[in-house]
Design a protein around this ligand. Structure first.
Ligand code: ADP
Ligand code: MG
Length: 328
């Protein structure tokens, strides 16, 4: 029975707030619950720690994702939270929960996929746990990382009124790819972006090294919703500009094939694992040009932070693009 206090009423972030009141932070904690990674000081080192879980028929369907796709994406999503700090991954632990009738080849495929996603960043699995589930496959990926030597890292806090909000690459492709899979529409590039996202690790490290960058996070739940986390943590508001939203050729092709407008995918589609950055407005033009030069993809200003209410608006009006919440 649904009560006023069940998870549907609370929502994912309401539940995390409840949990936050119960946990006790360890002595090494610098910044715990509330950022893409926990930030820990261990001796004279800073470490990042993060975990991400996927559940069969909630996050993926075996109808369209291969075992390799499932492992790749779970690992990429967890590593993306290290990218969101501007860090690099050190090592990975993983837990799998499998129904007893699972084929061993399926599990081996998942591990091959995780290895594939980790190959590019020279990290790997050092342990984990294996348990039985009653139904469906569950995969948790925990990553420990660190900042680059002598480098700063970025949290979700730090955006100031007047800063620009910028996004890397091509948000919205993954959401359009998922819609194409669900509707049986051909859109190969968007579908590939959905099944095999690539975390923006090098990009995050580069951005963290720019003095003009003040806050950063990765987009897992949709640009508009995730911008809300930068707003909450920065104590600022942000107004997004509809005309500035980047629509890449792959999203354009997928949206056309679906017969849908592209902008809602950019605002509401998650799981592209692009990075959202607060940039000093005076430096933003130069930083974005240097980023494009360095990585061959855009870093696009899509809005401006202000000292008004801590809300996300689009051209001054409420945003009509719900992001992802597990329970709402
Ligand atoms: P992300 O999308 O970057 O992985 P989430 O939205 O999943 O972040 O989580 C937001 C914050 O809440 C993170 O700091 C995460 O570590 C923390 N968090 C989420 N779920 C739990 C939980 N069950 N217990 C403790 N902390 C949690
Ligand atoms: Mg994140």
């Amino acid at each position: 029975m649904s009560g006023p206090d069940d998870l549907r009423a609370l929502g994912e972030f309401g539940l995390i707030d409840r949990v936050r009141r119960i946990v006790q932070a360890p002595a090494v904690d610098v910044a715990g619950i509330g950022d893409d990674c926990a930030v820990l000081r261990v001796g004279d080192r800073v470490l990042f720690a993060t975990c991400d879980a996927v559940v069969e028929d909630v996050h993926f369907s075996r109808a369209w994702a291969t075992p390799e796709d499932i492992g790749w994406k779970a690992a990429a999503a967890a590593i993306s939270d290290i990218a969101a700090m501007g860090g690099r991954p050190l090592f990975v632990l993983t837990t799998i929960a499998c129904p007893p009738d699972t084929d061993a080849a399926f599990v081996e495929g998942v591990y091959a996929g995780m290895r594939g996603a980790m190959a590019a960043c020279a990290t790997g699995i050092v342990g984990g746990d294996t348990v039985r589930s009653r139904e469906g496959f569950v995969l948790d990926v925990t990553v420990v990382g660190e900042p680059l030597p002598h480098a700063r890292y970025l949290t979700r806090a730090g955006a100031r009124p007047g800063d620009l909000l910028a996004v890397t690459g091509w948000p919205g492709r993954s959401g359009a790819g998922l819609a194409a899979l669900q509707q049986g529409v051909a859109a190969d590039a968007a579908i590939a972006a959905h099944l095999r996202p690539v975390p923006r690790l090098a990009e995050g490290q580069w951005i963290a090294a720019q003095p003009a960058a003040r806050a950063m996070m990765d987009v897992s739940d949709g640009l508009a919703q995730d911008a809300g986390h930068l707003v909450e943590r920065g104590g600022v508001g942000v107004d997004l500009w509809a005309d500035a939203l980047p629509v890449g050729p792959e999203l354009r092709a997928a949206a056309d094939a679906l017969g849908l407008p592209a902008a809602p995918f950019v605002l509401g589609g998650g799981e592209d694992y692009e990075l959202l950055v607060a940039l000093d407005a005076g430096e933003a033009g130069a930083v974005c040009a240097a980023f494009q030069e360095r990585f061959g993809i855009p870093l696009t200003p899509v809005g401006r932070f202000h000292d008004g209410p801590a809300a996300v608006t689009l051209d001054g009006a409420a945003v009509d693009a719900a992001g992802f919440d597990h329970f709402a």
